[in-house]
Design a protein around this ligand. Sequence first.
Ligand code: GUN
Length: 286
Amino acid sequence: MAQRIDGKKVAATVRREVAQEAARFRERFGRAPGLSVVLAGDDPASAVYVRNKEAAAKECGFEGEVLRLPNEVSTSEVLDTVLALNERRAVDGILVQLPLPRGVDEAPILEAIDPRKDVDGFHVENVGALWSGLPGLVPCTPSGCMRLLREARVDLAGKRAVVLGRSNIVGKPMAALLLREHATVTVAHSRTQGLPELCREADVLVAAVGRAKLVKASWVKPGAVVIDVGMNRDEQGKLCGDVDYAEVEPVAGAITPVPGGVGPMTIAMLMQNTLTAALAIEQARR
Ligand code: GUN
């Protein structure tokens, strides 16, 4: 039986820690950390994510708001919204919810966010800092995965890690973070040949491809640690990960469930990033 890594519990701990630090921040600087979320369009999944981010920010005692823009918004209108938030002194974190509506150009918008307020860690300056080992804001989902690995007391030094997926949001930053902890990292993706055999070499397997129950028991080395970033629906419409949990759980040494694994960690780490950004911004003002 694998150890079940309880992301819901760890995320609650992170939010409690952040709330305590936010209270100290407020005493020290006379204001709360501020998070602004830009939600353009009417993607139903995005609406749920943003609502959960709002609730977590409130729980942590942050100030903030959700700026809603219509589906027909232009790139320059989103850009103007971001530029105005860059200037606002009460705003420490800016998050532009992805995906943006069709026709809106994502890259210039992400690059327009002040890197100090880039709580998603998607700006090239933060991406470069991560790969260079410099301080910066780190994307929330991979840093949540790292926190779970730490909580499960997984020693990464010298271990083989396979990251399934090469997105800018998860796969690539995950690889950088594992490398920073001295793992030997392979990034695999849809064009990778011999995927099952490759995954079976992993001591730590991180699945972030968005394919329901792709990872089977035969893909997993007995005793491996399996982190499932997937958020899919199965044939019955039930929420499931990229890992076939029922099959893999008896083989793995430790595994994250879906739901209740990585998902809650993403939002908790966003709160942590907002606090980190707020502290750096206030310290630079002094
Ligand atoms: N859409 C799906 N995941 C994310 C995320 O981590 N950040 C943002 N901004 N949008 C997302």
